[in-house]
Design a protein around this ligand. Structure first.
Ligand code: ZN
Length: 467
């Protein structure tokens, strides 16, 4: 396959016009200079801070969604007030750069039969160039034990999801010292264990605000490296992403059957982009892309973003420890059960947080991905077109064989280009996409030229006529 692809590429390079630079592709998110800020920000992520935050969260006894909202020291209300205060301290340190909001929504369900008022704690760092474009980092603050309805027993939730919450808070501390073109939102979510309620609350809020959500990086269980079977892995993080878009899937299916795109939802392209970013920043953490929406039969808050058409992925440890999730604190036959802080791996949590911080910085610096279209059926050439992206100084056209994991071919074009012909490239044999590049070289994820491959919420269209 590689030789065939190389032959295709060489034929292409020989025939491209001189206006296009066709050197070897710089992998996203752009050239080395563009990674200066993401690398520097990642370098400031503090293991001690992450530890202190998880310790503080565990200290609230339980953070069960149905625990007390008013008790001053125990329960989810006290924990949320502390998070809001912490965001407030960072904001004071940056001259009020964070706006702290608490979106609320009412839910009723199997795990909240009496109804529950969900309140997220969210810090918004407005972009200086493109403020309506939003990248988010999220984690859930609520915790649980064996019985999901038990709101009174100690439920430390150190790793699930004190780890993700600590990553969100540390990202806010580090990134609020800097300015970015796009807006960064730090979301601490409630009600995940009762039914992804906090994810839905923030996704609904994003929609109501009219935000152009580019990505939600959801961190849920990101702070351990040892499995119950003794398997250890502290050098990988798993990133889960959906392949076909869920939102609009019934209508999309017909277009995807005709035009492809089963492996190219925006979230999948964020996953590819994160994989390359992790390689570039070299923090000793590799991305293991898992090409399914979440773990087998399980869920997380990112799905509520996907339900509204907002691109989202889930970060999770490489090796979960099931004795330390959703368990009453106890020792049985010499085995310790429970989600306690002593079982966590903070150097590992630091690396996962570093990748998130670098990703947020790089995404916020790069423009929005374009919305490319491809044509070329029954033709010897392929033509890509896209509408101009504000603030894009250039674009990179990328393509790959349909069975390749990541983009293999690329062509950089100027910011004035919105149409590119690829001579002697047969559309049938490749998947195509385009990324946007900022003046400093920061490169967005690729948006694939497939039905609804763009990073906007799904827009219904008629099924294509067959040729
Ligand atoms: Zn969780």
């Amino acid at each position: 396959m590689r030789n065939t692809a190389a032959a295709f590429a060489m034929g292409l390079l020989a025939t491209l016009s001189a206006t296009a630079f066709a050197g070897p592709p710089p992998p996203p998110p752009g050239p080395d200079a563009a990674l200066r800020v993401p690398r520097a920000a990642a370098g400031e992520v503090s293991e001690a801070r992450l530890h202190a935050t998880v310790e503080k969260l565990v200290g609230f006894g339980t953070r069960h969604t149905l625990s007390s909202m008013s008790d001053p020291t125990r329960g989810i209300g006290a924990a949320e007030r502390w998070v809001a205060e912490e965001f407030g301290r960072y904001s004071a340190a940056c001259g009020g750069c964070l706006e702290i909001v608490t979106p609320e929504e009412e839910f009723k369900g199997q795990r909240a039969p009496g109804g529950v008022r969900i309140r997220d704690v969210v810090a918004i760092q407005r972009g200086t160039g493109d403020p309506n474009r939003v990248v988010l980092i999220t984690g859930h603050i609520d915790s649980r034990v064996t019985d999901v309805m038990n709101a009174t027993s100690d439920a430390p939730g150190a790793n699930d999801d004190g780890s993700g919450t600590a990553a969100v808070i540390e990202a806010a501390r580090v990134l609020s010292k800097r300015k970015f073109a796009g807006t960064i939102v730090y979301g601490v979510l409630m009600g995940e264990e009762q039914g992804l309620y906090g994810g839905k609350t923030l996704a609904d809020y994003a929609k109501a605000q009219g935000w152009q959500v580019e990505a939600d990086l959801n961190n849920d269980i990101v702070g351990n490296s040892l499995g119950a079977d003794g398997i250890r892995d502290n050098t990988h993080v798993r990133i889960f992403s959906e392949g076909p878009r869920w939102q609009g899937h019934e209508d999309l299916a017909a277009r995807q059957r005709s035009l492809g795109g089963e492996n190219d939802a925006p979230g999948r392209n964020i996953s590819r982009w994160l994989d390359l970013l992790a390689d570039r920043i070299a923090i000793g953490l590799d991305v293991r892309q898992v090409w399914r929406n979440d773990r087998f039969g399980r869920g997380g808050d990112h799905s509520e973003f996907l339900n509204l058409g907002f691109p989202a992925v889930r970060f999770t440890v490489a090796i979960e420890n099931y004795d330390q999730q959703h368990q009453d604190l106890r020792t049985e036959k010499g085995v310790q059960y429970g989600d306690t802080i002593d079982k966590m791996d903070f150097p590992y949590l630091r690396k996962v947080t570093q990748l998130n911080v670098a990703a947020l910085a790089a995404l916020a610096a790069a423009p929005m991905p374009p919305e490319p279209k491809v044509e070329g059926a029954v033709s010897t050439d392929t033509t890509l077109t896209w509408t101009p992206v504000p603030a894009a100084a250039g674009y990179v056209v990328r393509w790959r064989p349909t069975d390749a994991q990541n983009w293999t071919q690329s062509l950089r074009v100027s910011g004035a280009t919105t149409r590119q012909v690829l001579p002697h490239v047969r559309v049938d044999d490749w998947v195509f996409g385009v990324s946007s590049v900022a003046a400093d070289g920061s490169e967005s994820p690729v948006a694939s030229a497939v039905p609804d491959g763009g990073f906007h919420p799904y827009a219904p269209q008629p099924a294509p006529a067959r040729r």
